[in-house]
Ligand binder design. Structure first.
Ligand code: CDP
Ligand code: CDP
Length: 208
């Protein structure tokens, strides 16, 4: 079985948390695709490369290593906003696409979370969920994680979401057939249960 779950949505909406939990519950593999874009940016920042240099960004994306993927700075908002800058470069997206598609076809099933999984990476995914939450809730959650100021994080997330939604290459948007999951007033358990229910339904439909 090559069941594929696509989870997209804006920054700090709960995509990763939900993806990890349902992957564990259903025995699927999980790929955090944002980490690929973050790794490119973190590596460039470390090497003092210009994030606006599209050629340099696509070179780093083509030769991404396991080590880059576990960069110490990966989760910082600096790497997140850097990621969003290089993510607009079509050659960067092309360089990362094949790995994501291959992963999504894993036997035993896969969950991928990002911005364009349901629209570009796997428009044919068995389940598509677009996770959202109010900007304030998302900023409060990310600030708690990073131990930083919620007001500052809010500005950074708003800026990043705008750039991700307005870019020409694979912009962030819900697929037409995505299930919208607003987690503003949901506990993690409730959000995971709702995503799991959508997956259960689709598995039953596909006879799995
Ligand atoms: O992957 P994404 O950036 O969309 O978000 P995340 O890293 O899964 O979640 C950001 C933070 O929000 C984490 O600390 C989660 O524990 C928290 N969260 C929450 O408080 N309530 C939810 N319903 C989902 C996530
Ligand atoms: O965890 P959070 O939602 O804050 O961010 P992320 O999922 O780690 O993604 C970081 C950045 O990478 C996003 O703001 C996007 O610009 C980019 N990204 C993308 O363009 N396409 C994806 N499939 C995943 C991430």
């Amino acid at each position: 079985m090559e069941f594929c779950v696509a989870i997209d949505g804006p920054a700090a909406a709960g995509k990763g948390t939900i993806s990890k939990a349902v992957a564990k519950q259903f025995g699927f593999a999980h790929l955090d695709t944002g980490a690929l874009y973050r790794a490119v940016a973190a590596k460039m920042l470390e090497d003092d490369e210009d994030l606006d240099d599209a050629g340099a960004a696509s070179r780093v994306a083509r030769f991404l290593t396991e080590e880059d993927m576990s960069h110490a700075d990966l989760r910082s908002e600096r790497a997140g906003s850097g990621a969003s800058r290089i993510a607009g470069v079509p050659a960067v997206r092309r360089a990362l696409l094949e790995f994501q598609r291959d992963f999504s076809h894993r036997k035993g099933g896969a969950v991928l979370d990002g911005r364009d999984i349901g629209t570009v990476v796997r428009p044919d995914a068995n389940v598509k969920i677009y996770v959202t939450a109010s900007p304030e809730a998302r900023a409060a959650r990310r600030a708690a994680e990073l131990g930083t100021d919620p007001a500052e994080v809010l500005q950074q997330l708003i800026e990043r979401d705008k750039r991700d939604a307005e870019r020409a290459a694979a912009p962030m948007k819900p697929a037409a057939d995505a299930y919208l999951l607003d987690t503003t007033d949901l506990s993690i358990d409730a959000a995971v249960a709702e995503a799991a229910a959508r997956i259960d339904e689709a598995l039953r439909r596909s006879g799995g």
